[in-house]
Design a protein around this ligand. Sequence first.
Ligand code: HBI
Ligand code: FE
Length: 297
Amino acid sequence: MVEHPEASEDYVIDQGWADYRAEDHAIWRTLFERQSRLLPGRACREYVAGLQGLGVAAEGIPDFERLSDIVERATGWRIVAVPGLVPDDVFFRHLAARRFPATNWIRRPEQMDYLQEPDVFHDIFGHVPVLMHPVFADYMQAYGRGGLKALHLGALPYLARLYWYTVEFGLIRTGEGLRIYGSGIVSSRAESIYCLESEKPKRIAFDLMRVMRTQYRIDDLQESYFVIDSFDQLFAATRPDFTPYYQELKRRPDIAPGVVLTSDRLVSAGVAHGGDRPRQRGARGRTDEALDRIAAD
Ligand code: HBI
Ligand code: FE
């Protein structure tokens, strides 16, 4: 029985927006424009709509207070600044209260293509747009509540896999083919391409128990992706009490990433993806143009 640690402090710090230097904003701009060119035809509509609704600027690292006012109006979520990864119980308690803990520092130039720990670009550009979607916003809060229960039951590793294969690396089926909604993918150039276009990874229809049995690697492109049909399907999966699921999971072996079971329903990547679309150079700002390119999908 995992004794629930004393309610530790919430790790919230001041974002320090005024302290960002020009090179920090320049790194944000490079990452934002690079992903905005890549995501048309790859990111799902819900993500694109959220990014547009946020008015996340290409120009530089956004102010969490301003973003929070926009997200709160849409789905009641706010963004709090934290110094990086926080203990699981602290993380879950924030999610359960509709607070998304976002790292306040940005990666260094030599980390443009990969960094282990989430930075402000991963957290804001990756996670916050989908928090503008009411059903996904409900799913994230349900996840937080479930996390606190899982901690008490010593079942956290199972639930962490659900987070990994949905919130971070999830794919969704649409009429135009598979699209990305996972934050770990939309904030990564290589993975945004690989997850939909490489022959290597397995793309498996979402099944809750299958996901919670599947291990994952944090230091490389994913070998398996799980595909949902809708956010409603994902939210519905979290409705039941997971206690019996955890009991069953403890009786069954884990599954290594990349393995395919005979019971798996494999999903093909679907239609090819549009790249950059020709655009007439309007007078509008870079942000609008970048967002329009994504929205043109
Ligand atoms: N802390 N700031 C932050 N961001 C995360 O995404 C995060 C975390 N702590 C724990 C964690 N994620 C994962 O272990 C979740 O699966 C719980
Ligand atoms: Fe993340």
